[in-house]
Design a protein. Sequence first.
Length: 691
Amino acid sequence: MYLTLNENQLKAVNETEGPVRIIAGPGSGKTRTIISKITHILSLGLAQPHEILTISFTNKSANEIKERIAAEQNNNISNVYTYHGWCNYFLRMEAEAAGLNKDFTIIDSGDSKTRINNLIKENGFSIEKHDAIDAFDRIAREEIKVDTLLNSNLSAHTQIAKLWEKYRNDKRTNGQLDFNDLIIEVKDLLIRNSEISEKWKNKYKYIFIDEFQDTNNVQFEILKSLTNKDSNITVVGDPNQNIYSWRGANIDLINNFEKWYPTAKTIMLNINYRSTPEIIQASNSLIKNNKNRVKEFEVIPIKLNSSVVEIIEKENDMEEAWTLIKEINKLKSSGYLYHDIAIIVRSSFKTKPLEIALNYHNIPYKVIGAMKFFERREVKQTMKFLLFSVKQDNSTLLDIINEPPKKFGPQKILKVKFAALDAKQTMWEYLCENPSTQSEPIQKWIDYTKRMINSISKGEDVVSILGEYLDDIGYMNRLFDEPSRIENIKETLKLIRVSIRKNNKSIKETIIEFYNNSNLSSSSDKSIEEGEVNIITAHASKGTEFPIVFLFSMVEGHWPSSKAIERGDIEEERRVAYVAMTRAMNKLFITVSNGLTAYNKELEQSRFINEFLTVNTYNYIDTNIKKPRCLDVEYENDNEKSSKIGNKIFHNTFGKGEIIHNDGEFITIKFDDGKKQEILLGHKSYKVIKW
C-alpha cells in the first residue's frame, strides 16, 4: 500500500510521534494519507483501534475513513466522528458530571429557531428572531458573553441575554441540547474538571483532525484539553481553503499551530492528482493575491492532459444559462454523463436562471444543498411522534399536539402549562389525569396517544403501531393529496424498522439514538445522484470533485459577494473562488455577464477573472445560442406597447410573469412563482411574449 504514496505522503505516515501539521492542497490525497497513517500505527502495534481518535467535518468523510480502514486492514475502527458526534458520545459517557440526563435528546436548528421564536412571543420581547439566533451563535463561539449583554445599556442586548437564559432553562427542563450546547458543555466540563480532562487525555494515544483550517476557538479549546504540547496529534488542512470564518473558523489556528505545539513538524502535500495543469495554474495565480496564506506553498499538477479554462461572456445571467446548456449538450455528445457536471454558484439565489434553462431543455438536475430528507416537515413530524412514545416531555408534546391542528392555541397551552406546574406534573401527565377539561379533539388525541405509548412500552411492533397512530389522529389523511410526502413517511418507517432490527438496545434507547442520529446528519452529506447535472453552492462543493465544472456568473457582487465587498473581506471570497475552481478535474468553464441588471446598473466582471488570467491558460469560446422557440416576441423595447397592464412577459432572470402596475417610469411584474419585481419601463431585460 505504501508504494502508492509520494515522498511527502510517506513522510507524513512515518512521523508517528509528536505533533504534526500537514498542509494539504486540493486533490493532494490527504484522506489517503490519513488512512495510511492510521493503518501504519495499527500495524506497528503502537495503539489499539479504540486508542485512536479521528475528527472529521462531515459524517460522509468520517464513514469513508472507517470503511476504508476496515477494507485495507480488516480492522474496525469506531472512534471516527464529527466534532458534534464526538461531543454527543462524550456527554453520554459523562452525563452525570455534566449535570445531564443520559437520555438527553438533540434538537436540530429548525426546532431551535421555532423554540426561540416562541419564547420571544411568550415573553413579549421586541427583538427579531434572526438577531437572537445570530447572537446565540456568537455566544456559543465565545465572541460575546451573556454577562456583557446583560449589563449593556441597550435594551436589545439585555433582552437577548434574558432570552438566552430562558432558552437554556427550557432545554434543561426538557432534557434537551442543541448543536451549540454539545460543544459548549464539553468544553466547559473539560476545563472545570481536571480529573475528567486527564482521564480522556489518557484515553487516546493518537488524535487526528481533518479539515483543521475550519476549526473554531471553542473546538480548539476541547482539543487542547485532550492533549499536551508534545502529544501525538496530527492536524491536516489547507489555509487556502478556509471559507468558514463567518461561523467562527479561525485560520490562525493552522497558520500558527506551532504556537501551541512548539515541537510540531510541518509536511507539505502539494502535488495535485485531480486537475489539469491549466486549472492549477489559474487557481494558483488567483490565490497568490491573498496576503494571509502559507507563502512557500504552491500546488503542483501531475496530470499530463491539457485543458484550458474556457470563458463564456454574455449579456446577462439568463443568456449565460442558455449558453451553458449548449456546452453541456456538447459535453454529453462527447461521452460525459450529466452527473459528471457541476454548476457552482456563489449564492443559492443564482440557481433560478439555471433551473429555468435546464427545465426548458429537459435536462435532469439536482440542487445540492437543498432540504435534507430528515429536514422535511413530514419526516421530522413522524420522528417527533416516535420520540414522544418513549419520552413524554413538554417540548415534544408541544411539537405534536397540534398536528393535525386541534385549535389548541397559545392561551390554552399556557393554561395547561401553568396548571401542570402547580400540580408538579408534566403537561402530558396533567392532560391524562384531566382529559374532561379539554375539548373533544384533544380528548380523542389523548386516548390515541395513550394507546400508542402503552403498546410500544409492551414491546409490540413499533412501526405498525406508529403507522396506525398516524392514521388514527388524521395525519396521513391530511396528506392525502401529497403522495410524495406520504412516501417520505413510509420511507421513515422503513428506516425505523431497520434500526430496531439492527440494535440490541432497549426500544427507548434505540428510538432516542435513531432520533439523535437523524438530527446529527449533515447537509453536506447529501449524496450526489447519478444521471443529473449538479447545481451546487461554492461552500457545499468543498470536499467534492467533478470532471466538468462551470463557475456561474462570475461578476462583482456575486464573486465576490456584495456583502464581502462592503466589509472589505475579499481574501475569504478569493478562497471561496479557489475552492470552487479546484473542484474541476478535466474542464473548467467560467461564465460572466457584461450587460445591465434589471435596474439599469452595469454588470462588472469579477476582479478574480483578471487575477487568474495573468497566466496563459484561458480561452474565450463562441457563445452564440438561439433563444427558445416558445418565446415568440410580440413587442420589444417599445414603452407604450410593452408596458400595458396585463401583458405577459419573459424576463431574462426571473422567467415568465405579468405586468400588474405601471407608474410611467417603472412597471411592476408578478412572476409565476408569486414574487413581484419593479423594473425600469422598457428595459431590455424583459420581452412581451405570447404563450
